[in-house]
Design a protein around this ligand. Sequence first.
Ligand code: WT7
Length: 690
Amino acid sequence: MAMATSAAATAALSCLLRAGKRSCLPSARWGCLSSARLSSGVSSYGQRGSGARSLRGNYRELWERAAREPGPFWGALAREALLWDTPHHTDCEWDFAQGRVRWFLGGRLNVAVNCLDQHAQCSPDRVALIWEKDEPGTEERITYRELLEMTCRLANTLKKNGIKKGDRVALYMPVSPLAVAAMLACARIGAVHTVVFAGFSGESLAGRINDSECKAVITCNQGLRGGRVIELKKTVDEAVESCPSVKCVFVAQRTSNKIHLGSRDIPLEEEMAKEASVCAPEIMDSEDMLFMLYTSGSTGKPKGIVHTQAGYLLYSAFTHKHVFDYKQDDVFGCVADIGWITGHSYVVYGPLCNGGTTVLFESTPIYPDPGRYWETVQRLRINQFYCAPTALRLLLKYGDEYVKKYDRSSLTTLGSVGEPINHEAWQWFYDVVGEGRCTLVDTWWQTETGGICIAPRPSEKGAEIVPAIAMRPFYGITPVLMDENGKMIDGNDVSGALCIAKPWPGIARTIYGDHQRFIEAYFKAYPGYYFTGDGAHRTEEGYYQITGRMDDVLNISGHRLGTAEIEDVMDEHPAVPETAVIGYPHEIKGEAAFAFIVVRDDTPYPEMVTKEVRAIVASKIAKYAVPDHVLVVKRLPKTRSGKIMRRLLRRIVTGNVSDLGDITTLDDPSVITEIIDTYENYKAKNSTLK
Ligand code: WT7
């Protein structure tokens, strides 16, 4: 077995190390530093290779060097840190006006080889994945050798069924080793994966499959989450009925429940068992597509954000190492689902490229009880723990006992991501979970940025961390704040629209099939800059604090959702001519959706309609998208040109009616008292609205 696999690894590598090319396995590369502890301080990183030399200096010096000349900074790192078939000849080409960014041009490599083969060759028995299954107390460990084998068998299965380089493959799976192998199998053969979070409805799944014209879907018979069964295959069946591009559906068995397989369906494990455990990697250009991931924007249609090979891989691996101070043999615990970008960058690609051990958390924070995270930390001896503020807000309500009863002495770094973290949650995480001795990093980034852009680390050991803010730009990240007139705001203690001035390797390259939309969404508002969609404050000390979205995008429990997306599906109800959705602060979710709907006069039971529109949102988008409140109103506030003034609705719900701002453009001001009355009536009957 060991022989066969090491032969497999060698075959794959020798394919990369073609005659005449420089050796691609220098002894001093990240993943293969067999025993050397990768140092945490940035300065001592610098003994290896040319790229490593470029990391000499303190945080400030490195940041300035990278910001001044991002090309050479990242170019040297890419050469040193990644395993190339052909090294690149040009570091970076960019033109923000055209939304065009290219990194490491001329370079050729394979991402799966970087994430697997090199580690399987150096340390085949090192654990790559620890699968923390939904069933409490059960875990499975997968070594690099095993993951490489699984990936190759899966890659061969895809190939046998006609999946080729450039084809798109949708994944609708629970967090599991097979899901990771499926992502890497696509990367190995040059196919493009698009992971769809397994909580999305059949209709959402179908929309994504059709937009990207996927040739295949990989799923499981069922999923398990918090002890409940999720009918994944059923949802896929519903979805693919309207997806003509799908030729086959690979079905893995997560539970023992037997399901009927139709003509298009292929039993995944059975087929994998028949395939060889080696698979020659497809050599890809740096700028070939690696994956796409759909995320919400301010229109009703989700955007397929495209990431490419080398730049994304380098950025996710490098930030993983330096923001979390990841050292070899550490156990990295990011509890995000692989259906989101956090799962892509910090469960799969970053940690695996670094030869790390990464936890796959399949369950929920409160199953079987609110001690689940901390019991897992104790049992798996997790060193870095990365989660969302919404989970912390939920858990702190259950009290400290659930935390304190478990041993958390393995923890060194804690991280939070997805939404602004409030002070109470930050302090609880730091004091109670981390016992006041762990570094806590609030990390700001986006699906579009590929990896962390603003976080308290890297910075010198012991450098101050201000609670509950993201603070410092990562190397090569050049944040700027803009005012309403599109002018850059200088100085400190100022707020504005958060933009980034120069490219970094992890930035998204386009929106699949719609580059114009990419330009409009990110490069039009502030010409020459990447606009994040977020607002930020630069403190007196010059640190960044993210204040939240500036567009019509909600952040519900750390998940992005466009108000237009919810409105569009509610509008499909025949008795509902118009709707307006707004976000309001929510104790646990951070933000929640409140929907105002107008119901046709001749509707006999408007109350029924509120239930029906909720059901529509669940079935057309996802359960988490269902508004917490649906209120029937006679009219919506509109400008004379017919634009809905959501700002007024937001003020009514957040209790700011004394300050409605400029209402001179409002068509009929009497609508305001009308809505306030309806709202107050509703609130009086609804205890969840304070
Ligand atoms: C949006 C991106 C990045 C992975 C998860 C979400 C908000 C994210 C923070 C933070 C304040 C944050 C922003 C951003 N956000 N992290 N640390 N502090 N806000 O990815 O779904 O692409 O959402 O999440 O508003 O734009 P996403």
